[in-house]
Write a new protein. Sequence first.
Length: 518
Amino acid sequence: MLKKWFLSVFVILAILAIGLSALLAWPLPEVPNLARQGDFLIRNVAVVDVQSGVVHRRRDVIVVDGKIISDNPAGTSRVDASLVVIDGSGKYLIPGLWDMHTHSLKVSPQYMHPLFIANGVTGVRDMSGCMSEPDSFFACIDDREYWNESIGKERRVSPRYVLQSSFQINGGNEVPAGYPAFFKLASAEDASQLAAFYQRIGADFLKIYTELSPQAYQALAGAAHEAGLAMAGHRPLRVSLEDALSAGQRSIEHPRLFLLECFRDADAFRALEDPLAAYDAGLRWQLVDGQDPQRCQALMQAMAEAGTWWVPTMQVLRMGAMAGNREFREDQRLKYIPAFFSKLVWEPDAERAARQPADAAGRELYPALYQMAQEHVRQAYESGVKVLVGTDSGDTYVFPGFGVHDELVELVRAGMPPAAALRGATLDAALFAGLENEFGSITVGKAGDMLLLDANPLEDIAQTQAISGVFYSGQYFDRSALDELLRFAEEQAGSYRLGLRLAWDGLNSPLLRVQLAD
């Protein structure tokens, strides 16, 4: 009897294992593409000139083979019978939006890509990658290059991935066991080997992270220069902004940059053996109350003169400030986020933030940090610091695709003019990537990646969300095609197959396991 019971259990487990293997081996579905392909005439439309910040009304814009071939006064263009005519009356045309700080995953085609295109995000700079081994969870350079090659082929839906990144370089604690020792940056020779490795596999820049030591940072800066690679990412806690500017770091990410740098005791904080361990609530209150305006102004002017770009990703701090707000926590867009993230990562993260400490006067910490970062955005912009729109897409309550529109609102709320914020997601993004001759503005000869809006975003930046249609890579996604992308994304977010794939890929990812253990 006992033997029969064991046999039954074995058979059940074997069937479950076979079923699980079949589910994991079964390819996830492709994004449905209902876009119309062809050449287009957008008739009688208002064109938003992101370079000058003005609107040119009553224009006819023609796109052939995905390129803008003419932009003439309405009614003066010769209409070819082969052109698909789109009525632009009462609408506004802006360039496709770029998100300059994202993190892609192996399942991005099912999770992020439909949300990007549905929101008119046609280009992204991904700030993550892999090491010397393929990874099951994180997208690698090969994955992103494949997605780029697939654009327009077999009607696949993907944004353009511009500028390829290394994995985050943190000085050793990010490196799984068994990986080449040079990833730990124990010497200048390691820095040279690391830079040479990433140059060989097609990276454009090295992603700098928080705990990198000043010595390793300087060695890496020299090695990156020799390999023809840029550096971008965090400003390491023990590296001053002045040193990062001198090293030629191309961009610095996230809203805490000046919170830390404008702190009157910043030098003492950097000199600590472990600044990250000291970054507790008490220190953060010191950041709020111990800002040095003169120091801040001088640093912002130095950053502007150095030409280093800032990507504030303001939503990272807004999450903490809003974590106790029920409406914020019950965002309707949660339906597009797989439960693997929304339930296992976002909810616990927001719960921790909602229990934020208050000082003796009853001030809440996270709103205070957020408001100070808003002031820094305004000051930095007015000082000439070049600001890009990036979201840290996929971070807690940062919705892929939607986040670009949210970040535009954040930058304008902080004090940037709508035209300047919009430029940070279009022409300036292309300029940063060295692709301003191909993308970033509605100009004859450039790619016809554009959004057709129902209202003027220069009057109200939130109008970038009023999308009537998206032109991308020789295709036109009308409102119904965009809604189909959203429907697919919602369906995938609730899919057990996608959840199972995320869990399995995460369990098998050495890079993720090290992150979770850190």
